[in-house]
Write a protein that binds this ligand. Structure first.
Ligand code: M6R
Length: 365
């Protein structure tokens, strides 16, 4: 079943080009228009929607954060993202003009399901982004946008995440084109780049050994920090979660601009910092942050687009991803972080596919 891979997680990391391709191409017609089939998001519907909530847990929540960015940027509708276990216990403003988006690989996460039911009771339209066909979340939603990741076995989510990202971008782009908030040229630019993603992910996967070598050098690290700005912050959250759950190394992800407001106190000699610097607009600011932590002794592994080599002067090591649009870079920048967490966990002798204390789907409160 593992098809020659040592673990399901590595097999699933390698299935991402296919998952991303399938999720995208299921939704594009011959003219590259997005087809949502049964999903009812007409212009009338969208004109009514004045608020979107994206609710999920864990990795799916991290995909939701990027969904918020995409919907706000492309479709110009305000979005809140929240973990389901918090959302369901407060009193969010929900009415019939609210679109509630649940994101879940399994479609069985109890908190996500309970939040969905609460939103439905208050009259919201329910759209879910789900991987498992016919799961509880899918069945209880008004509309379902399926991710085409295929079965995900490893507890640590990888291909579900990247296919959730593609889904969120497609939903956002579709909303934008229906509302008329994006030009045809802009739309084409994003679709072309989405279509290039499977090939670009392949390129990163071919670079596997460089990342493995870094993991072999760093597997004894404790208290690892992930920093970034803009969309990179959300990818940092995901990279940090991946490392924690499979390698049992404590780690923390923060917005790089927040370092000075407290966390930099913890940076000392030899502290491993993973610095994401994929956003062109924020690149120089990130280089300053890297210099800041290095001045305090941190060992910095940077993640940057291959066109941006300047970072080599600041970071100790750099992992490059292919050049891409800032808005879509999370689909690529997460891949090295998945691979790094994987090899660190392997080097520490951890049970990668079945980490202690964790279940694949959390069906209890
Ligand atoms: O099945 P779901 O997407 O609803 O699961 C949500 C989380 O439990 C899940 O993403 C969890 O955080 C993963 N173990 C992360 O790798």
């Amino acid at each position: 079943e593992k098809e020659g891979y040592a673990h399901f997680m590595m097999k699933e990391i390698n299935e991402q080009p296919k998952g991303v391709y399938d999720t995208l191409h299921r939704r594009l017609d011959k003219e590259d228009n997005i087809v949502l089939d049964g999903i009812k998001l007409t212009k009338d519907d969208l004109d009514k929607i004045n608020k979107v909530y994206i609710v999920a847990c864990g990795t799916a929540y991290h995909a939701g954060l990027i969904g918020k960015y995409a919907i706000e940027k492309f479709a110009k509708i305000p979005v809140d993202v929240e973990v389901a276990s918090e959302f369901r216990y407060r009193e969010p403003f929900i009415d019939e003009n609210t679109l509630f988006i649940a994101v879940s690989q399994s479609g069985e996460t109890l908190d996500t399901l309970a939040a969905l039911r609460e939103a439905k009771r208050k009259g919201a339209r329910i759209l879910s982004v789900v991987n498992v066909v016919g799961s509880s979340v899918a069945r209880e939603s008004d509309d379902v946008f399926y991710t085409w990741a295929g079965p995900e076995i490893a507890v640590a989510s990888t291909k579900a995440y990247t296919t959730q990202l593609v889904s969120m971008y497609l939903i956002a782009l579709h909303m934008a084109m229906t509302k008329g908030s994006l030009t045809n040229e802009e739309y084409k630019k994003y679709i072309e780049e989405l279509k290039a993603m499977p090939g670009k992910i392949e390129k990163i996967l071919e670079n596997n050994e460089v990342i493995q070598q870094l993991a072999d050098e760093q597997f004894n690290s404790e208290n690892v920090f992930y920093i970034g700005r803009g969309l990179d912050v959300y990818v940092a959250y995901e990279g940090s979660l991946k490392l924690k759950e499979i390698s049992y190394i404590h780690s923390e992800a923060i917005a790089a601009g927040e370092l000075k407001h407290g966390t930099i106190a913890l940076i000392e000699e030899g502290r491993l910092v993973i610095a994401l610097a994929t956003q062109d607009k924020l690149y120089d600011k990130m280089l300053s942050n890297i210099q800041e932590v290095r001045a305090r002794g941190a060992y910095v592994i940077g993640v940057a687009k291959q066109g941006n080599k300047e970072i080599e002067k600041s970071a100790d090591k750099v992992i490059y991803i292919p050049d891409t649009l800032d808005e879509l870079s999370p689909i690529l920048s997460v891949i090295p972080l998945q691979i790094l967490a994987y090899y660190i966990a392997v080097a520490r002798g951890c049970d990668v596919d079945k980490p202690k204390n964790l279940a694949k789907s959390v069906t209890v409160e």
